[in-house]
Design a binder for this molecule. Sequence first.
Ligand code: UDP
Length: 473
Amino acid sequence: MEKSTPAPHVAMLATPGMGHLIPLAELAKRLAARHAVTTTLLTFASTASATQRAFLASLPPSISPVTLPPVHLSDLPPDALIETRMSVECTRSLPALTAILAELTPRPAAFVTDLFGMDAFDSARRAGVERRCLFFPGSIHSLTLFLHLPELSAATPGEFRDLAEPVRLPGCVPIPGVDMLSPLQERSSPAYAVMVHLAERFVEADAFLVNSFDAVEPEAAAALRHPKPGRPPVYPIGPLIVTAASNKLRDASNKPTRDPCLEWLDRQPARSVIFVSFGSGGALPQEEMRELALGLELSGQRFLWVVRSPSKEGSVSANYYDAESKSDPLGYLPEGFVERTKGVGLVVPSWAPQIEVLAHEATGGFLTHCGWNSTLESHVHGVPMVAWPLYAEQRLNAVMLTEGIGAAIRLPETKEKVTIAAVVRDVMVGERKGALVRAKVAELQKAVEEGLREGGAATAALDGVVENWVGGN
Ligand code: UDP
């Protein structure tokens, strides 16, 4: 960028979920650090939880958070899927969003939102914001799926889960129908229509900023980079994750504090602990929670487990809007489990500082729901994964990680303590499959470092994005 060009201001909209907010905020931080870009970061009122408020309060001065006024959602059925809730909240917030965007000074050079904010492009257009970019918080595989979804949906007569053959997309690992995104599993559900609607709008973006990197899905990245008329250019700018250094907790007097679980990790041998966590909202049915507890115990491995109260059937994402468990989750563990595993395991209710845990040298494995941020955090810190996908695009991520790059071992569909124990042991200390997974993840960690260096692929992609904002094409 020419020195004399004024640094641009951008407006970003994060739809509900820390999994959207965290990477968008990180993008804003990286833009500020490298290009002196300032950002207005808009969020929805429904997610103004304590966790989110604390996160927004910790952002640097280059990022100005603005919460949109609340809209009513009480008419939605209580079992409405997250995708429906997010999309409805976005649509109902458009008038307020247009008014805010129209008043912003300096004028935003671009509007950036994640996939559930596609309808907000209308507000940006009405408010006269010239460039509208999609920040895609998931993998290149997911992005490819979205780009093909309108035609795929039209060409598939029944449910994806009934397809005899996996779905084949350019450069992607074949995706069995059951592993397609959860809102696409029921054609008649409102969430299905929401996903297809969002996907149809993708081509309106001026650019796709995707939170992934070539080494983790090389063929999918190459296929998407191949120019196609009408398809916006793709910029793999990832991994965008919070770093342990920027994530330090502070006490009331602003002194850095350390979570007790990190002190527990300090006392464990190097690479000996498997971290178990299901993202910001995932919870298990009670029966699976029990098998997991017994499986961890049986594995003989050290573990650190973020425990949530069990989910009701069919609602594994019950805590999505607020990660706090509603009742004491430890009460749901098998009788005597905590006492029996005292020497080797630690259970923490609801939330742990995941980045610091993954960065800790005692952590040697990650049993994860395969949320995309968790996946990237695992790669950045070189931690091999056990895949236990729950909802959203997690099953697709699990397919890509296990059948594609080989950075994880996936648990079978039926979760039994014996298999859980065997897979955990394999990823931590196994000499065949586990050793390959550990080697692959070490390779990915190196690729991440190279990509983020000066002149690396992710840095160059971000420079390209800003050049377009400033240069106007
Ligand atoms: N996270 C955390 N502590 C927890 C659970 C989650 O810090 O106990 C963070 C995690 O590091 C990641 C995000 O929350 O950055 C979860 O995002 P992901 O995409 O993995 O899953 P989602 O929450 O969207 O299902």
